[in-house]
Design a protein around this ligand. Structure first.
Ligand code: ADP
Ligand code: MG
Ligand code: MG
Length: 516
């Protein structure tokens, strides 16, 4: 049952609203964050625009339709195109983009069936955004719509505790505790919750690592990286609440289901999603360092996400590391030789992972082969990769060879080229893939549990003698920041709670919101 009374009171109660400077982090105060990235902010800004002047409404409707057009295919695309031309490009139309000036205005008026090209539209799109960033944005900040946004931010900042969730079955085990399914009481949203025992963390010297994992997860925002929704703690544990991935990990799919390996269609699809996820991480100067099928999880629809960021590091531009980290069989030559490296190691490991998805073994280590790490290291440094398995086609062999170049400067992903342009990905439209519009080649059955009940060695050593002190508490406080804005706002919208609490619709009267 969704209890809206408590939520409703909070949103309706304006008396205690804090100043915007207390509710918004510095990075959140930009147009991009307030009106584009934060889902509730985006909705309220749009409602404001539609409610104010026809010019403002036209700008936001145009941007929406242009977005639809860029993702549409075939007949739908033609239909959207015609709609854009008649609505926004004809001076006599009510929704004509009359705010455009000079060259932009001429280009818009000249648009026709024949010259409806991506470049011209990108220019008009930019001009429209720039228009909205000016007067409309500053008017929005003084409107009741923005005031309502700040009320949502207040609610977003609430303290999170165990009581916020119902708990369900265990999904897996990690080094410091289990991962189980949870449901948010207010919204019904399901998540996975990774629990980490505070004293176990301290004993293992891993408090800092838990904090790092949380900080990296909350920073990234990609459909192909597991999203963090909440981070909180109680007396004994830290909790990371993330997207629920109930389709199992790719390792399980390679080795435990049906014939070993998987169809090429699936290999290409998953590799495309992983590649997009890695590019996103690298664009934020994050090196994943644990790329392997076991860490790629499938959701209920059959799309994949990278998970387990326990080894990831952030290396600001120019920084390098020579720290040995990773899993045997997936580690690049530069790690094994303890040379300095950055993102190159993830592309090597991706090459190993593609090989494994096809052949159900690693390029330099057979499945279940009893072999010393030193020998795997030797093979990695000296041997060339062989393709005995019948399923390797020419494009697949080529992309693996490109990722397994022992010299970093020659490796795909490090040589200046974009891996997405490789012929291996010919069948993939990355633009549509990122928008979740490409049908997964395989969909998990809802009545099957995709993991093996592995009896794991539980660390039974006593942690009772471990005492938590003020220094530990500081870590835990830094960890427990509650809801992650973008994910939380999406939950409010997807669950219908946003629409329910946003009625009756605001009217565009002026009011002094607490903006500073
Ligand atoms: P650790 O870093 O301690 O190894 P992981 O993050 O790998 O912990 O999580 C442990 C296990 O829990 C995983 O192997 C997987 O089976 C399960 N798991 C982790 N995250 C999720 C998730 N988001 N959805 C479903 N199961 C998950
Ligand atoms: Mg793990
Ligand atoms: Mg880990």
């Amino acid at each position: 049952m969704v209890d809206l009374v408590g939520l409703g009171n909070l949103v309706a109660n304006t008396a205690y609203l804090k100043k915007s400077s207390d509710l918004l982090a510095a990075a959140e105060k930009t147009y991009e964050s307030l009106c584009e990235q934060q889902p509730i902010g985006r909705k309220l800004f749009q409602q404001f625009l539609l409610d104010s002047k026809p010019q403002y409404a036209a700008a936001t409707e145009f941007l929406e339709e242009l977005n639809d057009w860029s993702f549409a295919e075939g007949e739908t695309r033609e239909k959207v195109k015609r709609s854009i031309l008649t609505k926004f490009c004809q001076p006599e139309s009510r929704s004509f983009l009359s705010y455009l000036m000079g060259e932009d205005a001429d280009k818009c008026k000249d648009l026709s069936d024949k010259n409806f090209a991506e470049v011209t539209l990108a220019q008009i799109r930019e001009a429209s955004r720039n228009f909205l960033k000016g007067k409309p944005f500053s008017e929005y900040l003084k409107s009741p719509f923005f005031y309502r946004f700040l009320q949502w931010k207040e609610l977003e900042k609430q303290k999170i505790s165990d009581k916020y969730f119902y708990e369900f079955r265990t999904l897996g085990r990690g080094g410091f505790g289990e991962v189980c399914g949870v449901q948010v009481k207010h919204t019904g949203q399901m998540y996975a919750c990774k629990k980490m025992d505070k004293r176990r963390l301290k004993k293992g010297g891993a408090e800092r690592l838990a904090l790092l994992e949380k900080q990296i997860l909350e920073k990234v925002n990609s459909p192909f990286i597991v999203n963090l929704a909440y981070a909180y703690d109680n007396k004994t544990h830290l909790f990371l609440v993330m997207d629920l991935m109930n389709g199992g990990d790719l390792r399980f799919h390679i080795y435990e289901l049906g014939e070993r390996g998987m169809s090429m269609e699936r290999v290409v699809y998953y590799t495309a999603q992983i590649t997009t996820g890695l590019l996103h991480l690298h664009s934020m100067d994050i090196v994943y360092r644990d790329m392997k099928p076991e860490n790629v999880l499938l959701d209920g629809k059959g799309q994949c996400q990278l998970s387990d960021f326990g080894l990831a590091v952030e290396l600001p531009k120019g920084k390098i590391t020579c720290q040995k980290a990773g899993t045997t069989g997936y580690m690049a030559p530069e790690i094994l030789k303890q040379e300095y490296y950055r993102t190159s190691v993830d592309w090597w490991a991706l090459g190993c992972s593609i090989y494994e998805m096809v052949a159900a073994r690693l390029p330099f280590k057979d499945f279940r082969e009893k072999v010393l790490n030193e020998e795997v290291t030797r093979r990695t440094l000296e041997d060339t990769c062989k393709f005995k398995h019948k399923h390797f086609d020419a494009a697949t062999k080529d992309i693996i060879r490109c990722f397994l170049k022992k010299k970093v400067a020659q490796r795909l992903g490090c040589d200046g080229g974009d891996p997405r342009n490789h012929i291996f990905f010919n069948s993939i439209n990355f633009h549509r893939l990122e928008a979740g519009l490409v049908e997964p080649p395989w969909v998990p059955k809802s009545n099957v549990i995709y993991n093996k009940d592995r009896v794991e060695l539980r660390d039974t050593s006593e942690v009772r003698d471990i005492e938590l002190d003020a220094k530990d508490e500081k870590f835990f406080q830094e960890f427990s920041t509650g809801a992650v804005p973008i994910r939380w706002q999406k939950e409010m919208i997807d669950s219908g709670v946003f629409d329910e609490l946003n009625e009756p619709r605001l009217k565009g009267c002026d009011c002094d919101a607490m903006w500073e």
